[in-house]
Design a protein around this ligand. Structure first.
Ligand code: NAD
Length: 345
């Protein structure tokens, strides 16, 4: 029975893996995977990791020296893995899709809450404050929303927005073909949208995609939604844009420096991150702790696909959900061996 070190375990992860696992000895660890905690994987053939683990070259070298052969990401994004360092040493698999609906619906929840100020109304009425002053929103019907990234989640989100009668425009580096999506260039999207929602991956090209320059191109009062990755937005520039009114509100499920804070109860501590503290203090910023994926359906799919990925790896089969820096999620087959042998190397 292969041993798997499962990092950054939360009760909701364990519940679904225990329910579905029949074959593996899973060692559940509360620690995040870092260069230091990598040593806890001694005796394990695989590790299972999540969005805020630090899977840089040092971690990979330590895992490799311990004989770990597989990093099973239980998420779709893999920007926290040094893919170049892993290549040829440790295979990397992921869960490419577990519920685009979970993330897209959470994005709409952020927009509705922020626009109609439900977070503030909830607090007021609990205190028997029934005043409506300061709670005015806008009709979403007829407004233009710009969706950046039209893959699985972006696509579902577009359909939800159309259900509200919104005018959807989109930008994608690799636009879909044979589609009803109305694509524009990034500059047009920034200029014309009342609301902008990010659904593209984080990589060198997309880091700080929304920076000071991007914010100056926007309409006054634009609402920003980010349920993808924190570093798509330059937080300092966002705070400036919130201060000068260019941005009228931000619904964020992710934050650039979230790995030091998210998924922990820090209610009894002083937060030593001024940008995070400023964001949280703004009434027109709604921050959730990277929870857009958190539905029963998504958790079940994550566990099922991760166990399937392990089965394919240990069964010496073709590994459908393997990724490497050469194939980059299958877009460019390049020099990756996957098409020939079923594995990236
Ligand atoms: P996907 O791969 O299906 O779609 C991503 C889209 O972005 C693709 O169409 C791609 O062509 C496009 N893209 C790539 N580079 C781009 C660029 N430079 N500019 C514009 N578009 C670009 O991914 P998905 O499943 O839709 O997920 C989107 C993102 O959502 C993931 O990368 C991940 O970071 C994030 N995510 C967050 C959560 C959460 O809980 N908050 C959960 C799952 C995924």
């Amino acid at each position: 029975m292969a041993k798997i070190a499962f990092y950054d375990t939360k009760p909701y992860d364990q519940e679904w893996f225990d329910e579905l696992n029949r074959k593996y000895e899973i060692i559940y660890l509360e620690n995040k995977l870092t260069p230091v905690t990598a040593n806890l994987a001694v005796g394990c053939e695989a590790v299972c990791a999540f969005v805020n683990d630090d899977i840089g070259a040092k971690t990979i070298d330590t895992l490799h020296s311990l004989g770990v052969k597989l990093i099973a990401m239980r998420c779709s994004g893999y920007n926290n893995v040094d893919m170049n360092a892993a290549h040829g040493k440790i295979h990397v698999v992921r869960v490419p899709a577990y519920s685009p609906y979970a993330v897209a619906e959470h994005t709409m929840a952020l927009l509705l809450t922020l626009n109609r100020k439900l977070h503030r109304a909830y607090n007021r009425t609990r205190d028997f404050n029934f005043s409506l002053v300061g709670l005015t929103g806008m009709d979403l019907y007829g407004k233009t929303i710009g969706v950046i990234g039209t893959g699985k989640i972006g696509r579902v989100f577009i359909d939800i927005c159309r259900g509200f009668g919104m005018n959807v425009i989109a930008y994608d580096l690799f636009p879909a073909s044979n589609t009803d999506i109305y694509y524009v260039d990034l500059e047009t999207l920034l200029k014309e949208s009342h609301i902008i929602s990010l659904h593209c991956p984080l990589n060198e090209k997309t880091k700080h995609l929304l920076d000071a320059r991007a914010f100056t191109q926007m309409r006054k009062g634009t609402i920003i939604l980010n349920t993808s990755r924190g570093a798509l937005i330059d937080t300092g520039a966002l705070l400036d844009a919130l201060n000068n009114g260019k941005v009228g509100g931000a619904g964020l499920d992710v934050y650039e420096e979230e790995s030091d804070f998210f998924y922990q109860d820090l209610s009894g501590t002083i937060i030593k991150d001024d940008q995070l503290a400023l964001l949280v203090s703004r009434p027109n910023v709604l921050l959730t702790s990277h929870q857009a994926f958190l539905t029963d359906e998504a958790l079940a799919n994550i566990a099922e696909t991760t166990l399937l990925n392990l089965d394919e790896f240990f069964g010496n089969n073709r590994i459908i959900n393997e990724i490497c820096y050469l194939c980059e999620s299958g877009k460019v087959a390049n020099k990756c061996n996957k098409e020939k042998t079923g594995r990236c190397f």
